[in-house]
Ligand binder design. Sequence first.
Ligand SMILES: Cc1cc2nc3c(=O)[nH]c(=O)nc-3n(C[C@H](O)[C@H](O)[C@H](O)COP(=O)(O)OP(=O)(O)OC[C@H]3O[C@@H](n4cnc5c(N)ncnc54)[C@H](O)[C@@H]3O)c2cc1C
Length: 269
Amino acid sequence: MHGRVVETSRITPSMVRVVLGGGDLDRFTMVEATDAYVNLAFPPDGAPYGAVFEPAQVRDEHPQETWPARRRYTVRDWDADRQRLTIDFVVHGDTGVAGAWAMSARPGDVLVFEGPSGGYVPEPEAHWLLMVGDESALPAIAASLEAVPAGTTTLVRLLCDGPEHEVDLACAGDVELAWVHRRGDERDESLLAEAVRDLTFPPGPVHAFVHGEADEIRQIRRHLLADRGLTRQDMSCSPYWRRDMTDEAWRKVKRDFVAAMEDDVALTG
Ligand SMILES: Cc1cc2nc3c(=O)[nH]c(=O)nc-3n(C[C@H](O)[C@H](O)[C@H](O)COP(=O)(O)OP(=O)(O)OC[C@H]3O[C@@H](n4cnc5c(N)ncnc54)[C@H](O)[C@@H]3O)c2cc1C
């Protein structure tokens, strides 16, 4: 599938919102998930195929070095009436493919993708909800907060670079939200886990949504299992990206990382 950039806006110094329309978005079918994601496909410069392409066909017909780079991004919003698909991209310097693309995206540019998929919705049976993440998880957490029913206690901890990186978040539930600001040194890697450790948990069963940088997510997951008595079923926990690794490098080791992360469950019994 593909859409064309309708508009872009810088919603924080480190996040660019891209709204897509047109293309074949009339075929887009949203899934019942607030962490719905699409697999974006970015062709390399000089690709021997057009701007609009079928990723599967390119993989069948062209040499691997010309295949598009794949990146997974959350559907921040799907407006079915207007057929507008909104994606919020973290822009993190000049490196990378997707962030760099978003920084220079202009109206009319084509974006090819596959999907959507996804699995999380705020758990209606939970007494309260916990949502934790960095900027990469902010689109999913923002969409999830919009789906929290009135009266549901929801604790939120979000990591960002400073006050100017914070965004307004809408939620019908009873939200207790704190932004955690990086300090620019190696302690940043445990700030989010510390913020979760410092929480006083409300009584009753919780369902947690914890997504972001791999090592940070693993620390938090381990804490929730080992110290807070949560089970795997009580949480949606996914390492979205890995510090100092491109997504290509990360995908090569992600299976082993996730398997080791799973062993944390065994370690805690
Ligand atoms: C299901 C899912 C949903 C996701 N949704 C979103 C989303 O809605 N918005 C979003 O921005 N990201 C999202 N991500 C994360 C995104 O796919 C990765 O951050 C991806 O690596 C970015 O690709 P890139 O081409 O910009 O950088 P890459 O080429 O992959 O990496 C280049 C360098 O940038 C670093 N880097 C990558 N991501 C970040 C980051 N967020 N902050 C700082 N440094 C980074 C890498 O470690 C590497 O050193 C999601 C990931 C998953 C699995």
